[in-house]
Design a protein around this ligand. Structure first.
Ligand code: UDP
Length: 397
């Protein structure tokens, strides 16, 4: 068992922004809980430098694909999410991804391995067997309403889900006993723990972000990869609703950013455009309203910040059902098409009481302590004393 005590291995993949954000949130929470007595290692066996070339090439097509054609992605999701096709997908993934995971297990001898991507579960199980590691596997499900079957595997020791309904799925699909499941929420970073901002704090935040403090601010975002719909939503609000300012967060979508940059000059100071931001909590807490797709990471973060949401779409596949959960909780309203988007923004702009109700519902839905709770679960799961005896060490990525 570990000769380098105190290492926790986080396996994630750079597909979308949600998996990476959850890994970072957990890394922060573990460092804070075990203050310097723990080393966290983040490994990306699908798209990182350690990945097999063929796998890296394939998985790096995820961003362009979901930007270009969400329905095509949905087709791929459903095609691989059946009892017939999943074993084929797993065999292929295991063939290419088990070696870098096994190498990380041998090199770091972790106390535990956290799985933050459904495509990594099966290769991690195989790699653990290959090198006879005793490290428990803990999967942290980063989907919300629907989860890909790849998440469920009987050999995983603990399954953390955002909702009890997904914990029950783990039982149905992989026979995971309820005692091995915990519905603790989606891990969000420490920056999201400050909770909702009152009117004064919102104004201060806006000023610090270069926005006009006294205006109604709508934040438009569509996950880490962005997408063309950001342009459509932004244009609709800027041209169709008076007296609102818009911040468009384009993530890694440089093309959309360039297109929207062209509208800034004509907007009379009403439009702010950014690329990938690393202070999402400030933008969310400073905004009156968020217009977004129903990405689980963004929904979890906005809920933690008490930001009311208009959900104007979702990625087919893993984001099915997210809108329903968020709308049922009273934290969001669904919008279909440009006319509804315009009407809803306009309505909420002139109805502060409705906005306050949504803000309170969002805050009730949020699980800002999820990452800290998962760190606690890990402390209980690893052998007693292992983490206490951990050597001081620095992070490696
Ligand atoms: N994100 C960010 N900066 C950006 C755009 C997105 O940090 O400029 C983060 C966002 O805070 C969230 C994640 O990317 O944590 C997006 O996750 P989500 O599950 O909503 O969508 P995905 O990108 O995985 O499709």
């Amino acid at each position: 068992y570990p000769t380098a005590p105190g290492t926790i291995l986080l396996l994630t993949a750079d597909t979308g922004g949600g998996h990476r954000a959850a890994a970072e949130a957990l890394r922060q929470a573990l460092q804070s809980r075990f203050s310097g007595r723990l080393v966290t290692v983040v490994c990306d066996p699908l798209t990182g430098v350690e990945a097999h070339r063929a796998l890296r090439w394939t998985c790096r097509r995820y961003g362009p694909l979901v930007r270009w054609s969400p329905p095509l992605w949905g087709l791929l999701f459903h095609a691989t999410n059946t009892t017939v096709t999943l074993p084929i997908l797993r065999r292929a993934l295991t063939r290419y991804a088990r070696a870098p995971i096994a190498a990380a297990l041998v090199r770091h001898r972790p106390l535990a391995v956290i799985l933050l991507h459904p495509l990594l579960v099966s290769p991690a199980v195989a790699a653990r067997r290959d090198c006879a590691s005793g490290a428990p596997l803990v999967s942290v499900v980063t989907d919300l309403g629907t989860a890909h079957r790849g998440w469920w595997h009987p050999a995983v020791d603990r399954v953390v889900t955002p909702t009890p309904a997904l914990a029950r799925q783990a039982g149905r699909h992989a026979g995971t006993a309820p005692a091995r499941c915990a519905a603790l929420g989606i891990p969000v970073g420490a920056q999201f723990r400050a909770g909702p901002a009152g009117p004064d704090a919102r104004a201060t935040l806006r000023a610090s972000l270069g926005l006009r403090p006294d205006r109604f601010v709508v934040l438009v975002a569509a996950g880490g990869e962005g997408g063309r719909r950001i342009t459509a939503w932004t244009r609709t609000i800027i041209t169709g609703v008076p007296d609102v300012d818009v911040v468009a967060v384009c993530g890694r979508d440089e093309r959309t950013r360039a297109r929207l940059d062209g509208l800034v000059a004509a907007s009379g100071g009403r439009l702010t455009v950014t690329g990938f931001v690393s202070n999402m909590a400030d933008w969310l807490r400073g905004a009156d309203l968020l217009v977004t797709k129903a990405g689980p990471g963004t929904v979890a973060e906005a809920a933690s910040c008490g930001t009311p949401m208009l959900l104007a779409g979702h990625l087919p596949g893993q984001e099915n059902g997210n809108t329903e959960i968020t709308v049922r909780a009273g934290a969001a309203r669904p919008v279909r098409g440009r006319r509804q988007l315009r009407t809803q923004v306009d309505q909420l702009r002139s109805d502060p009481a409705a906005l306050d109700r949504m803000r309170a519902s969002a805050a009730r839905l949020g699980r800002p302590a999820a990452a800290a709770d998962i760190a606690e679960l890990l402390a209980r799961l690893t052998r007693p004393g292992d983490l206490r005896q951990a050597q001081p060490g620095k992070d490696r990525r």
